[in-house]
Design a protein around this ligand. Structure first.
Ligand code: M6R
Length: 606
């Protein structure tokens, strides 16, 4: 979603800003822009990719202070005019803004009635006019921004550039911003990883914070003018440069990174002899694990599907009631929070607005919430305070792949850990740990020989819609397969528990309709076979994901075997062909596989 980068120092700003924009590209966006202070403020903005912006930039833009933005449209269409930065009428102030201003239309009407001319349809533009008017009224830059924000209802990650002041003013409320500290230079970004090539020393702004950046100084304050916490954090984990290597797309690269990513997630987090998981970051003793009344897991999209797998593992292995919740529903349904329950916020980016809001709601009501997060130092990770990083490494493709497997693995480790603190025997625990540790090699084995994916793609790329079915832990895998194909290949897909199929989705089936069935050799297998027969009786063609050596293969029109494993861990293997099917179908349909239309990598608005 929208990205922010800013620089003030001694170097020429524009190359740093453009480089930062490239690092933010993976978040998803539809236009980009840059503003550099050089006497006046020169602004260049363009719909399309950062490369499109670069194509219109002058060879050299003089100036050592500037801000830049990637926009993911919310208010107003995808046009050059709506791209950020936005400037005051006299061009003396420019802003970039992430977030949503809820009372923008009232403020716009008011400003227009006083003669202000707007150049865009965005909600953000009101900010620049308010700030400009405050400056005209005699306020200093920081005060002008603070006063403007007092009139705003909504969320912001905001940076303001002034033609007549050597400073960038930044403010955060609900949309992340991190300040980078250099030698005689300062940076600001929405994503710490845009800063790590320049500095590891950062200050994470909190909601309600403002920061005034000058070349050699950073001053933070609160909305009421009081001092803000300006603890300097050193980012230890630098994300590798986003390089494709031998792969044509990030999605394929990340699918193939799963064995190694999974090893990073589980290494050092198992005690084989004790047959237990060891997620030390949760900060929960066996006694505390015994007392947990129930577990709630919260996430969106792929993370939600990982939660749905995790909740089954927890109930099965620990006999503790567990539920998975859609974060956007959870936060607004005035949830009853039980202080004896344990809540998990699951997120790859750690910036998903709905999940972050759910965390705050839980904490406000006295609940304990732990993060299961990929991005170190992200907003949700910091808000939770403790949890387990999933260590997938950078995930650049919008379609989440390796984060899913690692979320499932981290939650499985927790299920074993809480299980062992309660009813799970040592022998059972040891078998589970042994099986989990064997999964990375099995993923490698599968990816080396992925089966008849091309046949499945030939069938799916002609489909009007696709139904994905599974039972037990395979029901969320079916949903994940549907989400993946839908988001990258734009084919309407439904992911359903197989038993629910006859209550509605069966109406979609006609001669040749593709149905993808996930049917590992677990306790649900025979019931799933019945669902397959119900589909076939209506002319459906079955793409069957099954475990190697299982005679169920005969029930598929196209059967794709994956290595067999403990029934708790089958999602780590059955999801692989679904990821490959989505990827190759998107390619067959000529879709932009890494940057699907309308989608953003981190969804920082509600
Ligand atoms: O960063 P998060 O894990 O919180 O993101 C949640 C969803 O936005 C994300 O999983 C989305 O559904 C992906 N595009 C799925 O591939």
């Amino acid at each position: 979603m929208c990205g922010i980068i800013g620089y003030i120092g001694m170097q020429n700003a524009s190359p740093i800003l453009v480089d930062g924009l490239r690092k933010l590209e993976y978040r998803g966006y539809d236009s980009a822009g840059i503003a550099v202070k050089n006497g006046d403020i020169s602004i260049h903005k363009k719909i399309g990719k950062v490369a499109d912006l670069e194509s219109i930039l002058p060879k050299k833009i003089e100036g050592t202070c500037g801000i830049a933005h990637t926009r993911w449209a919310t208010h107003g269409g995808v046009t050059d005019a709506n791209a950020h930065p936005h400037a005051s009428e006299d061009g003396k102030v420019a802003i970039i803004h992430n977030g949503i201003i809820e009372n923008a239309s009232q403020i716009r009407k008011h400003l227009q009635s006083e003669g202000v001319k707007f150049s865009s349809e965005t909600d953000s533009e009101v900010l620049v006019h308010l700030i400009h008017r405050n400056l005209e009224g005699g306020s200093a830059p920081l005060t002008a921004v603070r006063k403007a924000l007092r009139r705003i209802r909504g969320t912001w990650g905001l940076c303001v550039l002034f033609a007549d002041h050597e400073a960038i003013i930044c403010a955060r409320n609900g949309s992340p911003l991190v300040v980078g500290i250099g030698e005689g230079e300062s940076y600001i970004a929405s994503d710490p990883h845009a800063l790590t090539p320049y500095t590891q020393r950062v200050i994470f702004l909190e909601d309600g914070d403002l920061a005034e950046l000058t070349p050699g100084d950073i001053r933070t304050s609160r909305m009421d003018g009081s001092a803000a916490d300006s603890t300097v954090t050193t980012i230890e984990e630098t994300w590798a440069e986003a390089e494709l290597g031998d792969f044509p797309h990030f999605m394929l690269k990340e699918i193939h990174e799963q064995p190694e990513a999974l090893r990073h997630c589980i290494t050092g987090r198992t005690l084989g002899s004790e047959g237990t998981g060891k997620l030390g970051g949760l900060g929960l003793s066996p006694r505390e694990l015994q007392r947990i009344s129930h577990v709630r897991l919260i996430g969106c999209g792929t993370a939600l599907h990982a939660c749905q797998v995790g909740r089954l593992s927890i109930e099965t292995l620990a006999r503790v009631p567990a539920l998975a919740h859609v974060a956007s529903e959870f936060r607004y349904n005035d949830p009853v929070i039980d202080s004896n329950a344990l809540y998990f916020a699951v997120s790859q980016s750690g910036e998903t607005a709905d999940t972050l809001a759910a965390v705050k709601e839980i904490q406000l009501k006295g609940g304990r919430v732990r993060g299961v997060i990929n991005v170190v130092g992200s907003s949700i990770a910091r808000q939770c305070g403790s949890g387990a990083y999933i260590h997938s490494g950078p995930e650049q493709a919008v379609a989440s792949t390796k984060a899913f497997t690692n979320m499932v693995a981290a939650l499985s480790l927790f299920a074993i850990q809480i299980g062992r603190a309660r009813t799970l025997s040592r022998a059972q625990g040891r078998n589970l740990i042994k099986s989990l540790n064997a999964v990375p090699n099995k993923i490698e084995e599968y990816l080396a020989n992925p089966g008849p994916i091309a046949e499945a793609v030939a069938l799916l790329s002609k489909a009007k819609s696709v139904l994905f079915l599974g039972r037990g832990v395979s029901a969320p895998v079916a949903r994940e397969g549907a989400l993946k194909l839908m988001e990258v290949a734009y084919i309407p897909c439904l992911g359903y528990p197989a038993g629910e199929m006859k209550h509605g989705p069966i109406a979609l089936l006609e001669e040749g309709s593709p149905v993808v069935v996930i049917a590992p050799n677990d306790s649900h297998r025979n019931k799933t076979i019945s669902s397959i027969h119900e589909c076939r009786a209506r002319g459906a063609k079955i793409i069957l994901i099954h475990e190697e050596g299982d005679s169920i293969a005969e029930d598929g029109d196209i059967s794709i075997p994956v290595p067999s494993t403990d029934s708790m861990f089958t999602p780590l293997l059955t999801v692989l062909p679904l990821q490959l099917i989505a990827y190759h179908t998107a390619l067959a349909l000529d879709c932009d596989v890494d940057r699907p239309r309308n989608l953003a990598k981190s969804v920082t608005v509600e």
